[in-house]
Design a protein around this ligand. Structure first.
Ligand SMILES: Cc1cc2nc3c(=O)[nH]c(=O)nc-3n(C[C@H](O)[C@H](O)[C@H](O)COP(=O)(O)OP(=O)(O)OC[C@H]3O[C@@H](n4cnc5c(N)ncnc54)[C@H](O)[C@@H]3O)c2cc1C
Length: 267
């Protein structure tokens, strides 16, 4: 059985830098980390690998060449293999183009092809883009079941049971494989890499694939393959006025407050 982790490298700070001219994210900052929820997805794959026999864990990322660092870290944490989709043709991809490339990598021989007993794990969302679209889109393109917001997974005879967090409580969902699951942080506590893991990762080759290698045309990925565009980016301006209504025995402060709220249609 193969477990694939879709793993994104994200800025290690909450200060995501954008190019205001092009509306695209600046990804040259070297302080990058594995998207935190993808670490949970990876930790879950390692847990399943320890619990079941004959499981191979592969981390797949699409991003700039320095995303190899995140993939090397994934190997240090216990992934067996890692592959990177990186080429200027992928640049400017929106969530649909990203999902198409990832789905294609799962289907083509670069990755040994998605099998009938395989599982794909993703984070529920990435801390930079934060759309939460990539997991469900990949599943839709592959035409396989998707379960989102998962906090617990059990696998028995290739039947997956997932506990999914919803507003009203929990949903228990069963699905045959192959399936895609997006996880939340409650699912586990990721471990730190061991020294042996780090040494192993250091010497490992991370193969890099281009759209050509995946058999994708340049019209399907990058800006040309992206139906959405960032039209404008700006920081929202917050302005606050403080009006003090001093309470006294006349009760005027309460009347003033009520009339203020009425004027604004709040009551
Ligand atoms: C309109 C638009 C235009 C954009 N233009 C650009 C651009 O020009 N340049 C640019 O660099 N980015 C651009 N982006 C951002 C890029 O599309 C996203 O980085 C990417 O699609 C992932 O989306 P997300 O961050 O919302 O991931 P989410 O959907 O929130 O991520 C959920 C999960 O999907 C998986 N995942 C997500 N992305 C990847 C990935 N790349 N590799 C592996 N797994 C992944 C991870 O498991 C992650 O936890 C654009 C986005 C939009 C919406």
């Amino acid at each position: 059985m193969n477990i694939y982790i879709l793993l994104k490298q994200v800025p290690g700070t909450s200060d995501v830098k954008m190019d205001e001219e092009t509306g695209t994210m600046i990804r040259t900052d070297r302080r990058n980390v594995i998207n935190p929820l993808d670490e949970n997805a990876l930790a879950e794959a390692i847990r399943l690998k320890r619990a079941l026999s004959d499981v191979e864990v592969t981390a797949i990322s699409m991003g700039p060449p320095h995303a190899q660092r995140a993939l090397r870290e994934a190997i240090a944490l216990g992934a067996d293999k890692a592959i990177l989709l990186s080429h200027k043709g992928f640049g400017g991809s929106d969530t649909l183009a990203t999902s198409k490339a990832l789905a294609k990598a799962l289907l083509t021989s670069v990755n040994g092809r998605l099998g009938k007993n395989d599982l794909i794990l993703c984070g529920e969302r990435a801390t930079d883009g934060e759309t939460g679209q990539v997991g469900p889109m990949v599943a839709a393109i592959l035409d396989i079941p998707v379960i989102t917001f998962v906090r617990k997974i059990t696998l028995e005879d290739y039947l997956l049971t997932a506990e999914r967090v919803v507003e009203e409580g929990l949903e228990l969902i069963k699905t045959p494989l192959p399936a895609l699951v997006t996880v939340i942080k409650d699912i586990n506590q990721p471990e730190f890499p061991t020294l042996a893991g780090k040494l192993n990762a250091k010497s490992r080759e991370i193969p890099i694939f281009s759209p050509d290698d995946l058999g994708i045309s340049n019209n399907e990925v990058g800006l040309r393959g992206s139906p959405t565009r960032v039209v404008k980016i700006f920081k929202p301006k917050l302005s606050r006025d403080v009006i003090m209504h001093q309470q006294d025995s006349s009760g005027a402060a309460v009347d003033n407050l009520i009339s203020f709220l009425e004027k604004r249609g709040a009551i």
